[in-house]
Design a binder for this molecule. Structure first.
Ligand code: GDP
Ligand code: GDP
Length: 462
């Protein structure tokens, strides 16, 4: 068997190499330490995610006990681990900006005859923007914004790695990060009997048209006058009878690629499916991402999933063609794991197996859609919220940087659809992101928001 392609992580201490390694390998097996210069052995981990299989190596090198110099033995170690590497992942800390040591490593890497990808870690929020701009100067092409702590940028990293690992040409996908904001500014209380706006998105051939026809119980989409269908006006209302209650429920199926004339140009299809998804989710409360069981979870799928959550929509993942799935339980578990570990924000997203041909799982899928809309629209009372908050802060008080306590006073839910929370307190700019994550996880798990996208803002009095 061919050995796995090797990706070697390189960078000065404290840029987040171990955290990245852990994120990629998916298990907490590497030591992470806040102190610069903690010496470690090289670690190897196998990664199998988003259709890529490779081995990742976390190097111990480049400790700078003497600032701005490179101890020869460390350099030799790193040099060793680069032998036979398919690609070097050069990590910088985008918050800290470039240091002389980064520049020295860059110079050295240029002489190593290994392709280099530049990973700008700690780029969550906007705090890394300047560092990312600076990083262009290193001459390794576009830095890949990444946050190992938050699980952001995984999809882009994998896309950048893919040609080095599979030996293919990069496909120039014009996917842009969606802008934040614009969702849910004003709000009315949600009426749970209102029609559910549902979009079904996914790669070409995932089975979207077949599924929609099955749901609607007729062939109108495939036989309709496709040329006359215009982009903005597509939606179909229908009633679904909930088998749990026997009650009819209104569903509005909104703009969906499968409802539109198929693109003729094959190589445009990949790009189109992302553009279509973006369009559809503008109109949807809940988005079903349809996967193809015969293909599993692919990068394109994660891109769409990520887009849905970034736009603040509730997401469900449905694996279609279950009737012809091979090794269904392993497949299901594999997709579950990839969703939970691939992107932090996808952890726990509802996953159902369906068949557009046999009808299997479709009631379950629609029940799940109504359920996530409920969570997405839910308001927690301020009293209940603060009971939870006090207990969460008591159980794990925020740190006291420089001996001064960060005070977390109270929390309020500022809006729904998607749920947004605001925490008030003092010295909040010093609150570590890991603590924010702790609170967000608590909101999702303990207050029952699950994988619904939840926003959290911190506010200190002026
Ligand atoms: P290493 O020196 O390359 O091994 O770096 P580590 O993985 O030990 O990380 C150093 C510090 O950076 C730790 O405190 C990590 O928690 C933190 N860190 C790692 N990744 C991120 C990130 O994406 N964002 C932020 N804010 N901190 C990070
Ligand atoms: P779209 O591009 O996402 O709209 O996909 P289509 O609905 O055109 O389906 C693509 C192909 O997959 C067609 O040949 C369908 O017959 C087939 N297909 C769709 N759903 C299923 C399913 O549940 N089981 C099986 N076996 N085939 C399916």
């Amino acid at each position: 068997m061919r050995p796995l392609p090797q990706v070697v992580i390189i960078g000065r201490p404290n840029v987040g190499k171990s955290t990245i390694f852990n994120r990629l390998v998916g298990k907490r097996i590497a030591l992470v330490d806040d102190q610069p210069g903690v010496t470690r052995d090289r670690r190897y981990g196998d990664v199998s995610l988003l259709g890529l299989d490779f081995q990742v190596v976390d190097t111990a090198g480049w400790e700078d006990e003497e600032p701005d110099t490179l101890p020869g033995r460390m350099r030799a170690q790193t040099e060793m681990s680069l032998k036979g590497a398919d690609v070097a992942l050069f990590v910088i800390d985008s918050r800290a900006g470039l240091t002389p040591l980064d520049e020295e490593i860059a110079r050295w890497l240029r002489g190593q005859n290994v392709p280099v990808l530049l990973l700008a870690n700690k780029a969550e929020g906007r705090s890394g923007d300047d560092g990312i701009m600076e990083a262009y100067a290193l001459g390794f092409g576009d830095p890949i914004p990444f946050s190992a702590e938050h699980g952001l940028g995984t999809v882009d990293l994998f896309e950048a790695l893919r040609p080095h690992i599979e030996g293919e040409e990069l496909d120039e996908d014009e996917f842009e990060e969606p802008a934040e904001g614009g969702e849910g500014e004003e709000e009315e209380e949600h009426d749970s009997s209102a029609p559910l706006s549902l979009a079904i998105v996914g790669r070409p051939n995932a089975g979207k048209s077949t599924l929609i026809n099955r749901l609607l119980g007729e062939d109108r989409l495939l036989t309709g006058p496709e040329a006359g269908i215009t982009r903005d006006s597509i939606s179909v209302d229908w009633q679904w009878t909930d088998p749990a209650t026997g009650e009819p429920r209104e569903i509005k199926l909104v703009d969906t690629a499968g409802m539109r004339k198929k693109a003729k140009v094959q190589d445009k299809l990949e790009r189109l499916s992302v553009a279509d998804a973006r369009h559809a989710i503008d109109y949807a409360e809940v988005v079903v991402l349809l996967l193809d069981a015969t293909r599993g979870l692919e990068v394109q799928d994660l891109k769409i999933a990520n887009l849905v959550l970034e736009e603040g929509r509730a997401l469900i993942v449905a694996v279609n063609k279950w009737d012809i799935a091979e090794g269904p339980s392993a497949l299901f578990n594999g997709i579950r794991t990839a969703l939970d570990e691939g992107l932090a924000q996808l952890k726990g997203v509802p996953l159902v197996a369906v068949s557009a041909i046999t009808g299997k799982g479709l009631d379950q899928m629609l029940s799940a859609a109504f359920e996530v809309r409920e969570a997405w629209s839910r308001r927690v009372s301020t009293a209940a919220l603060n009971r939870w908050f006090e207990q969460a802060v008591d159980a794990n008080p925020p740190p006291a940087p420089g001996g001064k306590r960060i005070k977390l006073r109270y929390i309020t839910q500022s809006s729904t659809r998607p749920p947004r929370f605001v925490i008030f307190g003092t010295r909040l700019t010093e609150l570590p992101t890991s603590y924010e994550r702790y609170l967000l996880n608590g909101i999702r798990r303990e207050l029952g928001f699950g994988a619904v996208p939840v926003r959290l803002t911190l506010k200190s009095p002026k």
